[in-house]
Design a protein around this ligand. Structure first.
Ligand code: GDP
Length: 202
């Protein structure tokens, strides 16, 4: 799929205020500094669509972008630095859980993981929560340009091994770099095929 147009729609702190449209939605989420804004900008081929910032705890908003006038890309707040409620056991804020539980337009989520890092409990817990709530997701490994091919393979298989301790099957994964655009077209093709399937089902 080619991104021919992309524009910012709205930022919200509450899921009830998100756009009322029925367009298919794809959400991107990950720990602060994982490279989420850079990935969104690479997917849309725009330098500053999503605001890149390494500042921890920047405003926590659900950001909607309209792509090709027929689907929404959603930039969810980075977790890891934000204050979390005790009841949510350090996963992330209530309004994000509400987003995932209430947003019926969501087709799938993309969880971003820095390919250089060991599996982190916060990401593993989040995946478990998504699984428990039957929310489809893929893993997007970011910053692959920072590692040599052997190290990429080692880290991805290490991550898979860790997941297989609790998951029967592995989620779909992408190996990406916003710096050299590797894997970017794969994500777009995947979204394109999911959109196509939705059309067939209608
Ligand atoms: P966010 O907080 O998750 O939105 O992360 P950003 O997109 O703001 O990126 C955080 C930092 O990682 C910035 O310094 C980016 O330049 C850097 N970064 C993001 N993606 C890549 C990538 O694919 N390769 C490299 N080498 N650096 C990246």
């Amino acid at each position: 799929m080619q991104v021919k147009s992309s524009s910012f729609v709205i930022s919200n702190t509450e899921v009830v205020k998100c756009p009322k449209s029925n367009l298919a939605e794809y959400a991107f989420i990950g720990r602060s500094n994982v490279g989420k804004s850079s990935l969104i900008n690479a997917l849309c081929n725009k330098k500053n669509l999503a605001k890149t910032s390494s500042r921890p705890g920047k405003t926590q908003l659900i950001n909607h972008f309209l792509i090709n006038k027929n689907w929404h890309l959603v930039d969810l707040p980075g977790f890891g630095y934000a204050r979390v409620s005790k009841t949510q056991k350090n996963i992330f804020q209530k309004f994000i859980t509400n987003y995932f539980k209430e947003r019926t337009q969501l087709v799938t989520a993309f969880l971003l993981i820095d390919i250089r890092h060991e599996p982190q409990p916060i990401d593993l817990n989040f995946m478990r929560w998504l699984g428990e709530n039957s929310i489809p997701f893929s893993i997007v490994f970011t910053k692959a340009d920072k590692l040599k091919p052997m190290a990429i393979e080692r880290n991805v298989s290490g991550y898979s091994k860790k997941l297989l301790e609790t998951w029967e099957t592995l989620p779909h994964h992408f190996i990406t770099s916003s710096a050299n655009r590797s894997g970017i077209e794969d994500i777009l093709a995947y979204i394109g095929s999911l959109n196509q399937n939705l059309k067939v089902r209608l």
